[in-house]
Design a binder for this molecule. Structure first.
Ligand code: ZN
Length: 415
């Protein structure tokens, strides 16, 4: 038999976790001693090493001996472009001051907004590139990025243009989200700020095609459910897809808004009612859980992941990287999801691949090793898939490929 020439063969893994299974809701589609054939940036076949060697020859062979292969991780929730840090505020939180209390005193988001407005576009771009490299070295190949530290028309657009520039220059798949309704800016009142989001910012964002999603921080002290719904309805009218920060600190009607508007995702959901969560099974809203964010708040409160899984919801996991929750690794999220949310390895793996891809509307393109999908994958130094969520703080990422391009080798960014 003549062997077909492909660009890349990744071979000899302990397990190749394809997430391409006859059981689309739960299965991991694990191939023992498997690998992946890649051509022109696409998955050709994920199968046993023996079969791949029989069918293909390759321009480049990557050995994944003693490793496992997975689809590249998807981080569906970050606030990655901002200036400064809030390490001092974290010390206050350790001493017992609550997040909302910090916000009321003009700290928190507002402090970051002031620093971000003053920062040069170049410095925001450079820190964004570095943070995305950290994502890559942690195995994430797709990253959603929200604006929301500008809170004026000019500064929000400036952040989204930086996100567009990151999209052009960084190999990660980047999904931009407009989040002008992250907080009411200093010196303004809600009743004046919301119309400026609806009438000025959103049309401009849509006109320039600067974002795929619109997100709103629906919370006491931020935007209530009525204002959140007004903003999201306008966004939908302008062709943006919808996300919402829902019920993080209180049950504030966020999940209800997500259900009513058929948002793509509702994120946090720490205080959502069972009734609204059950409804998400019908409205197809993807729950995005952010256990590191809960942990950084030091409140000891987590979303009911087990309840959501029992309802059959496709639970996705994200980092919620921001200055109040400084972490970018989906494997760290995995370790928290097992310990804090009691998710098992299979649930976690789906949460950081296919379900996270659903949360950013890209499940047809990424999130599994199905033939024809974009060849984004990661190899981990681990004996089997149960090590995801089990190991903690080790550098187990070895190789990362995006669209068949080798971007991380031996855990370090190349190119
Ligand atoms: Zn967030």
């Amino acid at each position: 038999m003549v062997k077909r020439l492909v660009d890349v063969l990744v071979l000899n893994s302990n397990e190749t976790i394809t997430i391409d299974s006859p059981d689309p809701e739960r299965g991991l589609g694990i191939v023992d001693h498997g690998g992946v054939a890649i051509n022109q940036g696409r998955i050709v076949l994920a199968a046993s090493t023996e079969l791949l060697e029989r069918k293909f020859r390759a321009r480049r062979i990557i050995d994944a001996g003693d490793e496992i292969i997975l689809p590249g991780f998807v981080d569906p929730h970050t606030h990655l472009v901002f200036a400064g840090a809030r390490d001092a505020e974290f010390q206050l939180r350790i001493a017992g001051v609550s997040y909302l209390e910090v916000l009321r005193k003009g700290g928190g988001i507002i402090e970051t907004v002031n620093l971000t407005r003053q920062a040069s576009p170049e410095s925001l771009f450079q820190s964004g590139m570095q943070r995305l490299d950290t994502c890559l070295e942690s195995g994430s190949t797709s990253v959603e990025i929200k604006s929301g530290y500008g809170l004026t028309e000019d500064s929000e657009l400036r952040i989204l243009r930086i996100v567009q520039r990151l999209k052009r220059y960084h190999p990660c798949n980047i999904v931009p989200t407009f989040m002008g309704a992250h907080a009411v800016p200093p010196g303004e009142i809600l009743s004046e700020y919301v119309p400026s989001v609806i009438n000025d910012m959103l049309p401009h964002v849509a006109r320039e095609g600067l974002a795929k999603f619109c997100d709103v921080f629906c919370e006491r002290g931020a935007f209530d459910s009525i204002e959140s719904e007004r903003i999201l309805r306008k966004a939908a009218k302008l062709g943006l897809k919808l996300k919402i920060h829902a019920d993080q600190f209180t049950d504030n009607g966020g999940a209800q808004v997500a259900n009513r508007l058929h948002a793509i995702s509702a994120d946090h959901l720490v205080h959502s009612t069972t009734e609204q969560l059950e409804k998400m099974a019908e409205t197809k809203v993807v729950p995005v859980l952010l256990p590191s964010s809960s942990q950084s708040l030091l409140a000891g409160e987590n979303a009911d992941a087990r309840g959501m899984l029992a309802m059959g919801l496709p639970v996705a996991l994200g980092t919620d990287f921001s200055p109040s929750n400084w972490m970018l690794g989906q494997l760290t999220v995995a370790a928290l999801a097992s310990r804090e949310l009691r998710m098992n390895a299979s649930e976690i793996i789906r949460g950081i691949t296919i379900n996270a891809a659903k949360a950013i509307g890209l499940e047809k393109r990424i999130g599994s090793l199905h033939p024809g999908k974009q060849a984004d994958l990661v190899t981990l130094r681990a004996p089997n898939h149960r090590w995801i969520g089990y190991t903690y703080g080790e550098r187990i990422v070895d190789n990362v490929l995006i669209e068949g391009e080798w971007v991380v080798r031996d855990g370090r960014r190349i190119l």
